[in-house]
Design a protein around this ligand. Structure first.
Ligand code: ATP
Ligand code: MG
Length: 575
């Protein structure tokens, strides 16, 4: 890998793929390891892709340490064989996401780079009696294929001569036929127990311009044909995909085996399958994500509610936390669903060491401290870090007669064990004094609009008068010095742990209506007026927040909640 690549995921645990590679190196089947990450540029990447990225790029990093100078590396290859769905916009987004995750490719390719070779190999398969042009309609092809219990039937065009096949294939390329009129198929076995081996389609006609090749081609190779050839041309040694492709492996091998001697590929790649990542309370499929974006259920591919890399980045997740998550999930052969709480744990764990602690009041109510001198301002020392984070740094927080506290930190009729502010009760203000509520001001409807307190000058932070027991500490900001901010509280995209997988749009009913709550008129401490887009903080007692990368500007602050401090979801669900 290039030297600029940063550190890989923290835990380098063994897994069955590394075992296979070790055995291949031991037996000298390979002297280097070449992997690839092959996204289709038909959407933005999601956290499932991050698992594949960490695996493929992680293998290249690990083995290039073990095998320096061997040429061990990982390629980025756009699997662009479907011109209808693909776009350069997605290619740009995908590259940005891979880099942001902390990886660099040694080799940048497109499947479409090999279209000419693939065509030539198609001719070779025809000449060796391994492929034929079939003129059945799509529906007929489907009908002839049979099903798992019934063998298929041979196409009536299966015995076309080599000459006729070559002629038709070249005329398909020239554009003499309409979409669907002919296809190129492998000549394998219509009774094969593996349906993928029943004379699979290798090429189809699509009169659709392609984002890379323009209108050079009107025939396009199918995934099962293009993928093994692309791997072999690039010298890939270990071609890793998800478990759904297990049945495709036999066809992968068939394509390579029937071209290997002719094409003189630099490697004989093998396909290995691992379990895809599934996460509860969300969807990990580009098609579904596309539906959410196109249907305007979210604001775009980078909406912080989405499990896209772009969405998670805007939400405030760090690359380190996503890599750590992928490492904890591990690589296995059995599909399972990972709890969202595990992802949330990883970001909390990372930000605990990285995010300075500050004070912000999200739903403010004013407190007037009656015995505090009018016009006086004290600049109090406040540490950015708790004792258990080995970092230093403080700022001054201004304290004066009028402050804001959280509406939720006050209760008119408080039970005995309520340790926050209530009439007659005393509470400590973080970094400042203890205050006691003496009175409240109400509006015509009886709602409390202002709280009246007294403070005890003896209780300045650091001084704890003997015998004084104040159980609760709450956060606050100075009314005069606070900055206004908009705060976006994000929660899980879906309310349903396991959304319906059946009919296409059914999962839309599971969208959590509270996944985004926008709070305006929040009050944040003075130091945050300088917050730069993408800067992360812990708002004490509330959670981790990031200054929004697009919307946060000086004088118009916008923060996104990355994650709460504790897993409050499990509790809320029980209620
Ligand atoms: P989607 O269904 O979301 O469109 P895909 O598999 O069609 O996913 P590709 O662009 O073809 O998307 O995927 C690129 C690579 O990422 C493939 O190697 C694929 O196996 C892997 N990948 C996709 N989704 C996941 C996932 N949920 N977990 C792990 N790897 C994944
Ligand atoms: Mg796909």
């Amino acid at each position: 890998m290039s030297s600029s690549a940063p550190a890989p995921a923290p835990a380098k645990t063994g897994d069955f793929i590394r075992d296979i590679i070790d055995a291949d190196l031991e037996a000298k089947r390979h002297s280097k390891v070449i992997t690839r990450f092959p996204p289709e540029p038909n959407g933005f990447l999601h956290i499932g892709h991050a698992k594949s990225i960490c695996l493929n790029f992680g293998l290249a990093l690990d083995y290039s340490e073990k095998l320096p100078e061997s040429g061990t590396r990982c390629h980025l290859r756009f699997d662009d064989t479907d011109p209808a769905k693909e776009d350069t916009l997605f290619e740009d987004g995908i590259q940005e996401d891979v880099r942001w995750l902390g990886f660099n490719w040694d080799g940048f390719y497109h499947a479409s780079d090999y279209f000419e070779k693939m065509y030539e190999y198609g001719e070779h398969l025809i000449k060796t009696g391994k492929a034929f042009v079939c003129s059945l309609t799509d529906a007929e092809i489907k009908e002839y294929r049979g099903n798992v219990t019934t063998p298929g039937k041979n196409s009536p065009h299966r015995e076309r001569s080599v000459e006729e096949n070559l002629d038709l294939f070249s005329r398909m390329r020239k554009g003499e036929f309409k979409d669907g009129e002919h296809v190129l198929r492998g000549k394998i076995d219509m009774a094969n127990a593996n349906m993928k081996m029943r004379d699979p389609m290798l090429y189809r006609i699509r009169h659709t311009p392609h984002h890379m090749t323009g209108d050079t081609w009107c025939i396009y190779p199918m995934y099962d044909y293009a993928h093994p050839i692309s791997d072999a041309i690039e010298g890939i040694t270990h071609s890793i995909c998800t478990l759904e492709f297990e049945n495709n492996r036999e066809l992968y091998d068939w394509v390579i085996d029937n071209l290997y001697d002719y094409a003189k590929f630099p490697s004989r790649p093998h396909q290995y399958e691992f379990a895809r990542l599934s996460l509860n309370y969300t969807v990990l499929s580009k098609r579904r994500l596309q539906e959410l974006v196109v249907g305007k259920h979210v604001s775009g591919w980078d909406d912080p509610r989405l499990p896209t890399i772009a969405g998670l980045r805007r939400r405030g997740y760090t690359p380190e936390s996503l890599r750590a998550f992928c490492a904890t999930v591990g690589i296995s052969k059995a599909n399972s669903t990972v709890d969202m709480a595990q992802l949330e744990f990883c970001i909390r764990d990372d930000l605990n060491q990285k995010a300075p602690r500050v004070l912000a009041v999200l739903k403010p109510i004013k407190v007037v401290i009656e015995n505090y001198p009018e016009g006086e301002v004290e600049e109090l020392d406040a540490s950015y870090w708790p004792h258990d984070v080995p970092k230093e740094g403080t700022r001054k927080v201004p304290f004066c007669k009028e402050i804001y506290i959280e509406q939720d930190d006050f209760m008119l009729d408080a039970p005995k064990d309520y340790f926050r502010l209530a009439p007659g009760k005393e509470v400590r203000l973080r970094y400042a004094y203890c205050i006691t509520c003496t009175d409240v001001v109400k509006d015509a409807d009886g709602n409390v609009t202002e709280i009246r307190c007294t403070y005890d000058p003896e209780t300045k932070s650091g001084n704890n008068p003997i015998g004084r027991k104040v159980k609760g500490t709450i956060h606050w900001v100075s009314a005069k010095h606070a900055e206004d901010a908009e705060v976006r509280l994000y929660d899980r995209l879906l309310s349903d742990e396991a959304p319906p997988t059946g009919k296409d749009s059914e999962f839309l009913n599971a969208i959590n209506p509270n996944a985004l709550q926008v709070l305006k008129g929040c009050k944040v401490e003075r130091s945050l007026s300088e917050a730069k887009p993408t800067e992360r903080f812990q708002f004490e007692r509330q959670g981790y927040f990031i200054a929004d990368e697009k919307d946060c500007k000086p004088g118009s602050l916008v923060f996104n909640r990355i994650v709460t401090l504790k897993d409050s979801w499990a509790k809320a669900q029980k209620k």
